[in-house]
Design a binder for this molecule. Structure first.
Ligand SMILES: Nc1ncnc2c1ncn2[C@@H]1O[C@H](COP(=O)(O)OP(=O)(O)OP(=O)(O)O)[C@@H](O)[C@H]1O
Length: 697
């Protein structure tokens, strides 16, 4: 009980004037309520028995004035308390929400979202109710009980002593039940939070549920949850009833004793009739007050559990690290060093093991590796979502934890695989990247992310409303919006974690061109599975089982003939032309045959660093029709390449062809060809030419 009262007073402390006004008006109100029963003694003993009309009139006038003051004070106290309570609720909501924003990502991974939602929807309203009731009925009852006890002792101390003993008995029962009541209440709230979470999860998972026809399974599962909730609800209600029933029984016993004993004292002439009536009236009002107090016991337990739950969240350490010793980040330069970093989400289970990476400013690097190898984890460590167990991350030579996280992240643009869109307009969602962006900046970012045309085709254009988490947009559109958001930010460190995974290969290659352009004056870290998109990276880091197994440029890695090369070969159709045929049923055998891919050893690439972006961005799609013989075709390509002597020598032909890749998807074929090869083909073969022109446009 003390815990609850202390907290409630703590909540109203910032509002000193309102609190003072409240307690003043409440005191006036209470004074009248507590002392009014005494007027019976006065009226009976001083007016009715001596038949004194004058005293009777005076008493009635005093009563009327006091009553008016009391009612007015009561009304003012209601108004002030309503205001106080609204402010306290607002403060707690603000504080809880603001604290949530600064909790580390790890907290949200270990806590079910329903827990937090129920803090707002269940626990805060309980505090609201407890403040409203404890500060009115609670204080009122307590004051009435205290004043009544004093007056009762003044009127007849023997009877008053009986009442006091009874009152102590009334509160003993609930006190003894206190711990059990607390546990039962906490268990109920946990179940309630779990149910909230289940409903939340269920609404998000409707597509999967309906797609897999899991409705009945979900209903059964939810019924299981409801059974647990029902049991704890029953226990909570039973406990609340016990907490109310035990004092009520005690009160009945005291009533019986007082009536009998009081009447006996009046009968034997030891007290006056007026005193007896005043005593009973006083006692009745005290009895009501005691009853009210006992009625409040379940509420106090409830409030204590809710307060503990809320303060448990508030006491969680926030991620903010603001040593402020580091110089502010240079907007245009971000160098990232991962130094011997080891990290695990759980103890004894490392996700990253002794990884070191040096990423100079204004370079573009890729992190690749099989699923679960730790790529996203490295990125999350770089943005400071988690702290390494050992080793550290440095930004421009200063340890990451010496920077203010917020200040650092202001210079970072991140695009994740799943990018959350908020309820609001498309413009609002993009603008989150830079809150003060102009409409022109917004449009340019959307254009670069290739979502502008789509947005303009919508009736409400940039004002189109994004529904729950972006459910009215396709995965690719959501990803483009997230890309626009990151581009708008103009960050010095751009992190792309499977940022284009939801796009078709044509769009992906096209957006990668945008990223390539953007990367000229910033550091770009790309996490991807699609190796064909990162051949021109300055550096590629290859992870496997949380360890850095290889690093280098695409060509260096191919020459190493290690893990990266195996990954490359698995993805590259050049290594397996038949694979494309099988998967697609698209006739690409002619062109693959013409390229004589089997004659070039893998790894004989001639991509020169820095030039790659210009030369290898050509795309063609669809069925390729080739009418020439292979010898003629190869000769034409040879000539075309020779013409561009600066870039390709004759001996490079093999490499040029080797770097030709075909990426297979279920619906199309994408060819990434050397520029001159492409130019030749497009001039000679209309089908490719037409498709490619469309794509480039
Ligand atoms: N929040 C988390 N809690 C516990 N373990 C995690 C968490 N996130 C990732 N892991 C584990 O850490 C390891 C590395 O995961 P990570 O997501 O970094 O891999 P990845 O290489 O990015 O995989 P993918 O390519 O499939 O996205 C995995 O074994 C994964 O199960």
């Amino acid at each position: 009980m003390l815990f609850v009262i202390k907290k409630l007073f703590g909540y109203i402390r910032p509002y000193k004037l309102l609190s003072f006004l409240f307690f003043l008006t409440l005191a006036l109100d209470l004074l009248f309520l507590s002392l009014a029963p005494l007027s019976f003694q006065m009226i009976i003993d001083k007016a009715i028995v001596p038949k004194n009309m004058h005293i009777f009139t005076v008493i009635m006038i005093v009563l009327a004035i006091s009553g008016f003051i009391c009612v007015s004070a009561g009304m003012i106290s209601d108004y002030v308390l309503a205001k106080l309570n609204a402010r306290v609720q607002n403060d707690l909501r603000q504080k809880l929400f603001a604290h949530m924003q600064h909790l580390p990502v790890s907290y949200f991974h270990k806590t079910r979202s329903g827990e937090l939602v129920s803090s707002f929807s269940v626990d805060l309203p309980v505090i609201d109710r407890s403040l409203a009731i404890l500060f009115t009925t609670g204080i009122q009852s307590l004051v009435v009980v205290t004043i009544s006890t004093i007056v009762l002792f003044y009127l007849e101390w023997v009877m008053a002593l009986c009442i006091l003993v009874g009152a102590i008995l009334i509160f003993t029962g609930p006190y003894l039940l206190g711990r059990r009541a607390h546990a039962v209440n906490a268990a109920y709230k946990e179940q309630l939070a779990a149910m909230t979470n289940d409903v939340q999860e269920n609404t998000k998972a409707q597509m999967v549920i309906k797609g897999f026809n899991l409705q009945d399974v979900m209903i059964d599962k939810f019924n299981g949850r409801l059974k647990l909730l029902m049991v704890s609800n029953y226990r909570k209600n039973l406990m609340a009833a016990k907490l109310e029933r035990i004092p009520a029984l005690c009160l009945l016993l005291i009533n019986f004793t007082i009536i009998g004993f009081g009447s006996y004292l009046a009968l034997t002439g030891r007290i006056s009739v007026g005193s007896l009536v005043a005593f009973f009236t006083m006692y009745t009002s005290m009895g009501n007050a005691v009853f009210n107090l006992t009625f409040m016991l379940p509420l106090i337990t409830d409030a204590q559990v809710s307060m503990e739950r809320i303060h448990k969240v508030l006491d969680e350490p926030s991620e903010k690290v603001d040593h402020s010793t580091a110089d502010p980040l240079d907007l245009r330069m971000t160098e990232v060093s991962v130094k011997n970093v080891t990290f695990g989400y759980q103890e004894n289970q490392l996700s990253i093991n002794q990884v070191s990476m040096q990423i100079p400013a204004r370079t573009k690097v890729a992190i690749v590796g099989s699923s679960g190898s730790g790529k996203s984890t490295i990125v999350q460590l770089i943005v400071g979502f988690y702290e390494p167990i050992s080793g550290h991350i440095e930004i421009n030579g200063t340890k990451l934890d010496e920077y203010n996280r917020g200040a650092f992240r202001n210079h970072v643009g991140v695009v994740f695989q799943d990018n959350f869109l908020f309820h609001g307009t498309l413009a609002e969602n993009i603008r989150l990247g830079k809150l003060d962006a102009t409409n022109d900046e917004l449009r340019m970012a959307a254009q670069q992310a290739e979502i502008h045309d789509y947005i303009m085709s919508l009736p409400d254009k940039y004002e189109t409303l994004v529904l729950d988490g972006g459910s009215n947009l396709s995965g690719g559109q959501r990803q483009r919006l997230a890309i626009a958001r990151a581009i708008l930010r103009n960050p010095s460190l751009l992190i792309l974690d499977e940022a284009t995974s939801a796009l078709d290969p044509i769009s992906e290659a096209s957006i990668n061109k945008t990223f390539a352009k953007l990367s000229s004056d910033r550091t770009v870290i790309t996490v991807t599975h699609r190796l064909s998109m990162i051949t021109d990276m300055d550096q590629i880091f290859v992870l496997e089982h949380g360890e850095l197994v290889e690093q280098g440029t695409h060509s260096q890695l191919l020459q190493k003939r290690g893990y990266y090369k195996r990954l490359w070969e698995k993805q590259s159709v050049v290594a397996s032309p038949e694979g494309v045929m099988d998967v697609l049923g698209v006739d690409v055998s002619d062109i693959l045959h013409l390229f004589h891919t089997e004659t070039f050893t893998a790894g004989q690439t001639i991509i020169r660093e820095g030039e790659a972006a210009e030369k290898f961005h050509i795309l063609a799609r669809g069925k390729v029709e080739v009418s020439q013989t292979s010898a003629e075709f190869e000769e034409q390509i040879r000539l075309a390449i020779l013409e561009d002597g600066d870039h390709f020598g004759e001996t490079d032909l093999a490499g040029a062809l080797q770097t030709t890749t075909v990426t297979a998807l279920t619906s199309c074929v994408v060819l990434t060809l050397p520029l001159k090869v492409y130019q030749y083909i497009t001039s000679q073969y209309s089908t490719i030419g037409k498709n490619a022109q469309q794509l480039i446009r």
